[in-house]
Design a protein around this ligand. Structure first.
Ligand code: ZN
Length: 305
């Protein structure tokens, strides 16, 4: 089975066009880039095509600014029908899509539906961005591809926001993952045709609204880093201040595991604050993440919190 790492650039204008079946074209794909990886995560082939727009012929300024694509550069682009035929064939028979973020495959499906092209070949896809996030500190945060590349130590001279370059860079980031493990830990979608990866994290989160400061949350026991398995205080703790509102306690329980405990405290209003304690069981993936964050943070004593 191959992994098809797909990236696309698209354009739209307002109002949006509907076809005669009432299907609205939300964004029109103008460039596709893809890298094919074998099961050992080696890039074996690439695909790139510019597509001549049929619907939104005027390219939005911000799209040109981001991608360098102009109406002129697409004048030699190919018909969407031909590109999709070729891409489908190029994908082969046995593949899973990987995309950075969760938009590409739904946009692709919308384009196929709008233009009346068969979309049954759109197999499962996984969001590589969610894989990257999966055991890192903030599930809701969308890291940029550039950030992930820096994190993974990937140097790249190519221009970003070019579909093929982005696909190749995403593939290089993915090659640093244990993709099979990520996929194995992801339930196969919630019965919907398409869905995005939502990987359970190795993490326990507790929230309290009762403390005026991080100091108070610590003194009153809430923010004390404890083993989620046995409740014992974790040992050999090193405290890191990531920002004024965020610290990490790194330590271990001798009976269980290494842990990183991320504590944030923020004022919601004059009278209300929120303290969040997230306890991560350290594994291979989030260990690299915490090393990265802690290298850039200030080591502090418990008293300084
Ligand atoms: Zn324990």
């Amino acid at each position: 089975m191959d992994y098809i790492v797909l990236d696309m650039e698209w354009n739209d204008t307002s109002p949006k066009s509907k076809n005669d079946k009432g299907i609205m074209l939300n964004h029109e794909i103008i460039q596709m880039g893809a890298a094919k990886m074998d099961p050992r995560l080696k890039i074996t082939d690439t695909f790139k095509a510019n597509i001549k727009p049929r619907v939104y012929e005027k390219i939005r300024e911000d799209v040109t600014e981001l991608t360098g694509i102009t109406a002129g550069s697409l004048s030699g682009g190919r018909r969407v029908y031909d590109v999709m035929d070729e891409f489908r064939e190029w994908c082969g028979d046995d593949y899973i899509f990987l995309t950075w973020g969760s938009e590409d495959i739904p946009v692709l499906k919308n384009n196929l539906d709008y233009f009346g092209i068969d979309s049954s070949w759109l197999a499962f896809y996984f969001n590589a961005q969610a894989m990257f996030n999966m055991q890192t500190e903030n599930k809701g945060r969308a890291f940029s591809l550039e950030y992930a590349m820096e994190f993974c130590g990937i140097k790249e001279e190519r221009k970003m926001h070019d579909a093929l370059n982005d696909a190749v860079c995403t593939a290089k980031v993915c090659a640093k993952f244990d993709i099979e493990e990520s996929i194995a830990r992801c339930d196969e979608y919630s019965g919907t045709e398409f869905g995005k990866l939502d990987v359970p994290m190795n993490m326990r989160r507790e929230i309290s609204f009762g403390f005026g400061s991080m100091r108070e949350a610590l003194d009153r026991g809430f923010a004390v880093p404890v083993c989620p398995e046995c409740g014992a205080e974790i040992e050999d703790v090193i405290w890191y201040r990531v920002s004024g509102e965020k610290v990490i306690a790194d330590g271990y329980c001798p009976k269980h595991s290494d842990y990183a405990v991320v504590i944030t405290h923020r004022k919601l209003s004059a009278a209300n604050s929120e303290t969040v304690k997230s306890t991560y069981t350290i594994d291979r993936i989030n260990e690299a993440y915490f090393n990265f964050v802690e290298d850039r943070a200030e080591v502090i004593s418990r008293e300084e919190i």
